[in-house]
Design a protein. Sequence first.
Lengths: 204, 837
Amino acid sequence: MSDDPTVFVVDDDADLCEALRWLLESDGLKVETYTSAQSFLKAYRPDRPGVLALDVRMRGMDGLELQEHLSAHDFGIPVIILTGHGDVPMAVRALKAGALEFLQKPVNDQALLDCVRKALQIDAENRQQRVASEVIRGRLATLTPREREVLGLVITGKANKQIGELLCVSAKTVEVHRKHVMKKMHASSVVELVRMVLSVRDEY
Amino acid sequence: MMDEDHTIVWANAAASRLFGPSLVGAKCYAAYHRRDNPCESCVVKETFSDGEVHEHETEVVSADGNKRVFWCTANVAGWHPDRSPRLVVEISRDITERKQAEAALRESEDTVRALLNATTDTVVLIATDGTTLAANEALAQRLGRTVDELIGRCIYDFFPPEVARVRTAKGDQACQTGKPVRHVDERAGSYWEYNVHPLFDAEGHVDRLAIFARDITEQRRAEAALAESEARYRALFEQAPDSIVLVEAGSGKAVEFNDRAHQNLGYTRAEFQGLTVGDLEAIESPEEVVAHTRKIIRDGSDTFETKHRAKTGQIRDVLVTSRAVSIGGRDFALAIWRDMTERKRSEQAVRESEAKYRQLFATVSDAIVVFDAETLQFVDVNDAALQLYGYSKDEFLKLEHPAITVEAERSRDSIARALAGELDRIPLRYHKKKGGTVFPVEISVSEFTLQARRVLCGVIRDITERKRAEDVLRRQALVFENMFDAVIVTDTDHRITEWNPAANRIFGHTREEVFGKVTQILIGPEETTDLFGHVTEALEQDGYWSGVTPFGRKDGSQGHCESNIVVVCDEGGQVVGHIAVVHDISERVRAEQEAQRRQSELAHVVRLATMGEMATGLAHELNQPLSAILYYAHGCRRRLRAGSCDTEETLSITEKIAAQAERAAAFLDRIRAFVRKGELHLAPVDLNQVVREAASFAAHQARESGVSIDFQLATTLPPVSADMIQIEQVVLNVLRNGIEAMQASDQGQRRLTIQTSRDGDAVICSITDTGCGYTDDTAEQLFDAFFTTKSAGMGMGLAISRSIITAHGGRIWATPNPDGGTRFQFAIPISEAGATA
């Protein structure tokens, strides 16, 4: 399985899938087409980078349902909705579910390609981000509970003395924990520590 | 002498001798006449009354009882002092002897006179000089005188001079010859025969002539008549139609015969003369003939039938009337032979004919009655009459005609007219049976004479059934005339023979205009002869045809009619023609066409509305290929620009572009067809194709509603006769209803199943959804117009669907789906082309 970013086209109209593939491949993109949400889900693995070009109205699971399903399972793949006759409630629902773009067919080729390219970039970024976060999370996992408490108070900008008072320990003890945290987290400064913690904040 | 009381006071001796001694004291009338009172003509009484002398002749009875005739003279013998007679003397002289002598003389004279006068011959006795001495009444009468006038006068003076001269000559001749002279003379058509007889005196000289003349005119005439009669009888004998033969009894020979006798048997007179009866007889032997002849002689006569053999051997029937005659002391049989051959034959014919008529009389189904024209009593009736009227023959023959009729007066009139020869048929008369049942009859009447009686013969037919049939016919004719539908009767060649007023009204032709014309002229000009040929063929094959056809009116306009045509056969099953009952349905057809047009229009409007409602989905449906085309085009452009174009690959893409364009165009075509306004156009249609196309319209809606459409179509389906667009409209309506029903429900699985199948003569399309279904409340209203369970629906879908299916002769219905939801089904008859498949 190549890790080249791929455009996953899901549309129950096979002809349309073929046409989209022809267009996207002209820009050097790698394209996979699926004529139903189910067949896509069956084939897709989350670690594959790319973008999902999704038709809304489909037999079985429709586009929005698929999008919601992916979102719920924290599949980070960006989604571009392609619809023949979008209406406002549909667009709102799609965007709320995290759709990157809501495009009306037939889509201008450049706009579509730009959108796809942008999405692939975002995906790539997201994936990098996700890798960094994993490192930070791994480091955080090595912290003792006391160190975690200290970390939590450090990033709120409290001094050692204040932290000691809160935790009923001496400032000196706090200082030891702080050093351990800094070391375990590979943080050179409190600022960096804060940025790291913030990047994975939602996991708290 | 007697006193006033006629008492005899005195009588002389002669009187006493005559009348008895005790005459005195007796009454004269008692003594003379033995009476109790005086006679009317009593001379004594007269003398007493006038005193004169009276005389008369009277008959008295003497004492010895003898009648005697007296001449009595009465005279007064003594007077009374007053000079009236006291006594009368009657002197009676017996004149009996004198009277007798006188009577004898008178009698003698009278006898001679009577003799002379008794003869019709005239008799006269004359002296030689012609002086008439005596003549009889006949002569006097002939000469127009009395006998006395003739006596003493010359007889010749009374004759015309010519006659007198002849007579005188004849008289002289008698005187001279002393011999009687006889001669006949004719006068004024009368013939007289004279006989002059000379009478001689004592000396032998002729002194008187007695002349007798007799009128022999009658005698002469009788003689002539006799001669004539004889000639006539001779002619009769010779000319008689019968053979007359005088047969000698002993020899049996024909001694005398007429021409007829020998001619009848083919012999000449000469040949016949030598024959005996035995030679002619064909039945009796010669011995029998002899015996038969003897028997005739003995019995006097005989009449019998026998057969004679002609010379040629031919046998002839004869009736023989034979009589014995004796001529000159010899016995003969006078035979009259009548040839009966012809009569026998005609009798036989008559008998046969009579038997035939008798048989006819007895066996004919019609009742025959013969009755006396005067008494009206029945003389003869046949069995059919007995059966018809219910009488026994004895009963019937005691009846008179009025007993069988209930229209006495009319019957009487008819009888009179029949007798007058004015009537031979009575078409309708009501008669009655023995039980009183009245029934109609038809009578043929004839009049003839039977045994010198005028009789009427009636042939009577019970026409109860016929009359009933006639009544039915009359009613039928009335129906025919007044029927609202046209009734057309034709012969076997379809030529019009009957045409009722309704036909006149419907087609505009009068009966006279179409009479004898072929019914083809009634078919409108639009129709080719195919229809006529088709109908005539069906009539020949099935004997029946019914259907709806166009027709042309006289004014050239067109109409439609529903015709029922049947073949009419006679009793023998032979086709004699056709009867067509034609119902004008022009108005109905027009109304139907109008309704159909309106229905089509409505269906069209509804289709337009449907398309409006589906515009978004249809646009999407079009958008798909358009998008594909666009993507292909852009892809190509980019490759061309980048110079990374693979010719083969690009070529295949352009083909895909074309395919997508065609897909779009086809879809547009379908839409255009679907919304096209058009009349109902029936053609063989594949329902599977209709279903697929309809589904293509609904595909987008189904997709959007998350409805999967499952096709379970029959692999082979016969075509139905339908308007494709309208059926597609129905399918689409039902599909959309199903989709929308499922949209409204929360049920997980949204599936629409479309099935097609054949069911007998129909094709069924069944569309099952898994939607919310319908409640019993709405079931009845499902197909009503403007009924809808949907917020946005017009409510026309199912209503128009039903009218479309109905117009196709099919039906549409809904049933609940056992798995939830509704199943709509419709059935359309298979087209004729498909029915045989």
